[in-house]
Write a protein that binds this ligand. Structure first.
Ligand SMILES: CC(C)(COP(=O)([O-])OP(=O)([O-])OC[C@H]1O[C@@H](n2cnc3c(N)ncnc32)[C@H](O)[C@@H]1OP(=O)([O-])[O-])[C@@H](O)C(=O)NCCC(=O)NCCSC(=O)C[C@@](C)(O)CC(=O)[O-]
Length: 346
């Protein structure tokens, strides 16, 4: 039998339909959920064929008009590690010097694996004369990443978990002096391609706490392999809470490899998480995780969140059009069910 703490979510799901609808909607209605669109970075980074810079820019600029407020625009990593991201400097410069794309303030976020990556970003900000937080209409943010298992840390960052945390400290410190908002990631929080599905939730809690103590403004807990299930997501979030980590400091980042991302999202919502990462058209994959598919699609996430009476501020129709367009540009199958259904009706 499941312990009492693990029953809350399942009780809601097992209730008769009308009670279930009331229970979920009354607790969650009118809440705002911030979606972090990771398609241009996480979604594109593993595409084998080189994607023209113009297509990436068009993707970002179209996304910025849908109502989404945070977009991962690229990563400052060595081209030998991730060739697809080699155009990030040019994209960043262009975004900093272009007029604001919409009435919303858009945060453009860049992944930086080390201090060198952040220095490259700062150099562009200095050269364009655009500080992180002062341009009307856009702001600049960074994401840093650590992993919950030693094997994945080595594969993804060529160092141990402890070394990766040491590497992150000066990045956060420099970002703070430049007023750059910092997001942390903890990869393989619900399953590792090398060490299997049983990742220790207390290890995830320790790394999350370290990132927050260093000064990260939020930490995105990532199910890189999509191995996470509802009970294990519940167990992880319960452990994070018991470690004193507030739900408002957390985001969740689900890949949909086993089709569990939306179920796990509901578990996250029940735990008070209100920031979720996703990619338009379900773009993405992971080079270190055999068979891994992309992130949960933004269109499916919007559809689910809106169906619960919550709001994202994003137009499902506009997002669906972009999912259809970018899938065509890349010659890949659109991985969003809600996106395909919505597009078919437009
Ligand atoms: C961390 C390193 C750099 C260590 O890689 P390394 O090879 O150990 O680095 P190094 O310090 O020894 O440097 C090697 C060379 O790279 C250069 N270099 C060094 N740094 C940079 C830089 N920033 N930009 C440009 N060049 C750089 C450096 O100057 C040197 O050049 P050389 O002397 O050989 O000519 C590497 O392991 C790396 O880039 N890892 C990141 C790989 C990556 O981007 N993975 C995908 C992102 S994480 C992810 O997708 C997961 C996430 C976030 O989405 C959440 C989830 O789902 O889990």
């Amino acid at each position: 039998m499941l312990p009492r703490s693990r029953l809350r979510f399942f009780t809601a799901l097992r209730a008769p339909p009308c009670t279930r609808r009331f229970a979920t909607e009354s607790r969650l209605a009118s809440d705002h959920v911030r979606i972090v669109e990771v398609g241009p970075r996480d979604g594109l980074q593993n595409e084998k064929k080189s994607i023209p810079k113009e297509t990436k820019l068009e993707l970002i600029q179209r996304l910025a008009k849908t109502g989404v407020t945070t977009i991962e625009a690229g990563s400052f990593v060595p081209a030998k590690w991730v060739p697809q991201m080699a155009s990030t400097s040019e994209i960043c410069e262009q975004l900093l010097t272009s007029p604001p794309p919409s009435q919303n303030t858009i945060a453009y976020n860049y992944l930086v694996p080390n201090i060198k990556g952040l220095e490259s970003l700062v150099k562009i900000m200095d050269a364009t004369g655009v500080p992180a937080d002062s341009k009307p209409g856009t702001t600049t943010e960074v994401s840093l990443f650590a992993a919950a298992t030693e094997a994945f840390s080595k594969a993804n960052t060529n160092c141990s978990i402890a070394e990766s945390l040491e590497r992150i400290k000066p990045i956060v410190a420099l970002a703070k002096t430049k007023n750059i908002r910092v997001r942390g990631y903890v990869s393989v929080a619900l399953g590792c391609p090398y060490e299997g599905p049983d990742v220790d939730p207390s290890k995830v809690a320790d790394i999350t706490a370290s990132l927050l103590e260093m000064g990260a403004d939020e930490v995105s807990v990532a199910d890189t392999t999509g191995m996470g299930t509802a009970p294990r997501t519940n167990e992880l979030l319960t452990t994070l809470k018991a470690a004193g980590i507030a739900s408002t400091d957390l985001a969740l980042h689900f890949h949909d490899t086993y089709g569990q991302a939306l179920v796990n999202t509901i578990v996250g919502l029940e735990h008070g998480i209100r920031i979720f990462d996703s990619s338009v058209g379900g773009l993405g994959g992971c080079p270190y995780s055999k068979g891994a598919t992309g992130n949960v699609s933004t269109e499916d996430l919007i559809h689910t969140i809106h169906s619960l009476g919550m709001n994202t501020g994003i137009s499902l129709e506009e997002m669906s059009k972009i999912g259809t367009w970018i899938s065509g540009e890349l010659g890949r199958v659109n991985d969003s069910r809600a996106g395909k259904a919505t597009s078919a009706r437009l």
